[in-house]
Design a binder for this molecule. Structure first.
Ligand code: 3H9
Length: 683
């Protein structure tokens, strides 16, 4: 046998075990080992049934993602599946960990599936911009029905073993810790049964797919119901077509159709971008000068200063992870209000059935409310989440320096202030770090970890490790105004503010960016946030200031760039149009003629690419993919474009350089260098 596969025989049962760490991905070596192992066991006359399983931490977690889109090497999964679906010997998949994608498809090609209760199964290919291309779209509907299959495959979500049993996706639960024994016993029972009954295969089951035959309305309704979630993506549409093929075609024709639809996706830029993002997300924690020998410090207790929206959201992350939080406010009313909001958030989750009341109480019991910073003397990590004002932050850090125990981490949630200046207010700048959460902090997955000039490696490692503890993706940033995501995305806003003075309406600009894939355009966004957040306090005359002067604060009052009806539906605003025209005249802005959506996108997003190149050039971000991860997770940049850097490579760097010059902007040095040398940021 090869180095990744081994066979053994226990009585009448042959056991084929694959061992390909870390997650037993079904790359070429694994497929070859499966093929050889199965052939060996099928040829062995003593063996009457087969158990297929894996070593280490999980059943196959899917095809090897790095092989997708590469030239294909035999044997393919379908050849392996032909052996699994042999008619002589029953094959039982023994599942633990996560049987995902091609891993679950392998299990579906076995005659039976047994899993421990902690196992999870799913078809997450949609997140990689593809569909299950090894029979998943054809076999799953045969087990669970077309509607459940549509839901499972387009959502990509994992299903716990117990639920999978209820759905008919697996056949039996094993006792936790006894998978091998239970799988062998199950296989022996099948061997005995098989003496009297022919082996049945998932591919032969027809009742569930026949029930859906000739019903195109199922797919039309499903697409309509999910129009918002599927917008911009390609994979969900091909998945729906493939599942429809399962109902309408015979199995072999369905497999052929599935492959065509898979192939179309795997060649697409959208899938390339999503696969790039998969690895990009996982590489953020690799910090070149912080090796595995630098151990993160233990975080068993946390203090949060400020119980407002940010402080409350930050607190929830730790409560969810079972870590006690001392939450400090300056007055009782603010403290009560903050804690009330946290409770309400949890109760809403419980009302939706996603949490029990007991879990709500367990989390709430982890909060120690306090009106004194003096109560933070023993916590391992203190996160300051107060008003963005340097004087205030320095005062607080000066106090914390006196209160916090030796070695405690002092973190600021500042979103644009100079962390080094904040750290200078303490006698221990080596223990100071930025932990920049994005609002709503309990939901958004991005955590920017800001490394100050003096932050010690253990403290950086602890910040990066927090991602694992609280389920965020940490991206390391150096110190600069706005750090990575806010800094590069602010440029989109400036560009849009300038462009709106040159003729295109707020709705035209918003529409072009919405169609690009953002959840909303910059003007709809500012109306939602409130114009007063930006429009007040400037000494200069500004567009926002002019709107605020008319008491147009956005959705919350009198409309802003749009007018709103009582259902908050936006319509173009003649008042805003006049304010814009007056301000443009005041600024002497040149009006341009007709402008296409493509030009709007270029005018607002090329500057983002330029700023991102500067962030990279200055060493603020470690790598281009970190910037993409930050924009995708912090600003909902559409993942199927890969983020600003991957997108720039798709557009072509010389074109971006020319575009920036045509706008009168100076392209970043790194951008020019790469454009001239035929280089790229991400490919
Ligand atoms: C598919 O199956 C297509 C088929 O339908 C059809 C084909 C014809 N491939 O996430 P972690 C690496 S598409 C390659 O940190 P965790 C990962 O990069 C596939 N590499 O661990 C990381 O490497 P590193 C469908 C993979 O415990 C290391 O393993 N399947 C793959 O937090 C550890 O990963 C999926 O989409 C892979 N398939 O989570 C499942 N998977 O250490 C994708 C992982 O160098 N995987 N790696 O950074 C996952 O969701 C999670 O990795 C899993 C473990 C839940 C399994």
């Amino acid at each position: 046998m090869s180095s990744v596969g081994s066979v053994e025989v226990v009585g009448q049962v042959g056991i084929l075990t694959i061992d390909n760490p870390p997650v037993n991905a079904l790359g070429h070596a694994v497929r070859a080992a499966l093929f050889d192992g199965l052939k060996t066991l099928i040829a062995n006359a003593q063996v009457k049934g087969i158990v297929l399983t894996c070593a280490d931490r999980t059943f196959f977690a899917g095809a090897d993602i790095s092989e997708l889109g590469q030239p294909f090497r035999e044997p393919g999964l379908n050849e392996v599946f032909d052996l699994l679906e042999n008619r002589e010997k029953p094959v039982v998949a023994a599942i633990f960990g996560t049987a995902l994608g091609g891993g679950l498809e392998t299990a579906l090609a076995c005659h039976r599936r047994i899993a421990v209760p902690s196992a999870k199964v799913g078809l997450p290919e949609v997140h990689l911009g593809v569909l299950p291309g090894a029979g998943g779209t054809q076999r799953l509907p045969r087990l669970v029905g077309v509607e459940a299959a549509l839901d499972i495959i387009t959502s990509g979500k994992s299903i716990a073993a117990k639920k999978a049993l209820g759905l008919g996706l697996i056949d039996k639960l094993a006792e936790e810790g006894r998978l091998r024994e239970d799988a062998i016993a199950y296989c022996e029972a099948l061997i005995a049964e098989n003496a009297t009954a022919p082996l049945d295969r998932v591919r032969d089951r027809q009742d569930k797919v026949e029930a859906a035959r000739g019903k195109p309305e199922i797919y039309a309704e499903f697409l309509k119901k999910n129009a918002r979630a599927f917008r911009g993506f390609k994979a969900p549409f091909n998945i729906v077509k493939a599942v429809e093929a399962a109902a309408e075609l015979d199995f072999d024709a369905g497999i052929k159709r599935e492959w065509e639809l898979f192939d179309e996706l795997v060649q697409s830029t959208e899938s390339a971008a999503q696969r790039y993002f998969f690895f990009a997300e996982r590489s953020t924690t690799k910090v070149p000068d912080i090796g595995k020998d630098v151990k993160p410090l233990p975080i068993n207790s946390v203090g949060v200063l400020g119980a407002g929206t940010m402080g409350g959201g930050i607190t929830m992350n730790f409560l969810n992870a079972g870590i006690p939080v001392t939450l400090v406010e300056t007055n009782q009313a603010a403290l009560d209000r903050g804690i009330g909001v946290i409770r309400k958030n949890y109760e809403n989750t419980a009302a939706k059935g996603r949490m029990t009341q007991e879990q709500v109480e367990q989390r709430m019991a982890l909060i120690t409310p306090s009106l004194s910073k003096g109560d933070l003397g023993e916590v391992d990590l203190i996160i300051e989440a107060v008003f963005e004002e340097m004087g205030l932050k320095k005062e607080i850090f000066g106090e914390l320096d006196k209160i916090a125990k030796k070695g405690a981490i002092l973190a600021s949630n500042t979103s644009f202030l100079d962390l080094n200046e904040i750290a200078s207010a303490t006698s221990r700048p080596e223990d100071v770090i930025g932990l920049h959460f994005f609002s709503p902090a309990n939901i958004m997955r991005l955590l920017e970890v800001v490394r100050g000039a003096e932050t010690r490696p253990e403290v950086v490692a602890t910040g990066m490790n927090l991602g694992k503890i609280i389920g965020k993706v940490p991206v390391l940033s150096g110190v600069c105004p706005g750090f990575i995501a806010n800094r590069v995305m602010a440029v989109r806003g400036y560009a849009a503010d300038q462009l709106v003075l040159e003729g295109p309406t707020p709705q035209a600009i918003d529409k072009a960016l919405y169609d690009y894939g953002f959840a909303m355009g910059p003007f709809a966004m500012i109306d939602l946030v409130g114009l007063d957040v930006i429009g007040r306090g400037s000494n200069e005359r500004t567009l926002y200031g002019d709107l605020v002067a008319l008491d147009r604060l956005g959705q919350k009052k009198n409309g802003g760039f749009y007018d709103y009806d009582e259902n908050r539906r936006a319509t173009p605003s003649p008042v805003a149009a006049k304010v814009i025209a007056d301000f443009a005249a005041f600024k002497g802005a040149q009006t341009r003629g007709d402008i296409t959506d493509e030009e709007i996108v270029a005018t607002t997003l090329y500057p983002v690419v330029n700023e991102a190149a500067k962030v990279l050039e200055e060493g603020i971000a470690l790598r281009a993919s970190d910037i993409d991860v930050a924009c995708i997770l912090g600003y909902n940049w559409p993942v199927y474009t890969g983020g600003p850097m991957f997108w720039a490579d798709t557009v072509g760097l010389p074109k971006i350089v020319e575009g920036l010059k045509a706008m009168g902007m100076e392209p970043a040095k790194l951008l020019v260098e790469k454009a001239q040398s035929g280089g790229s940021f991400t490919r």
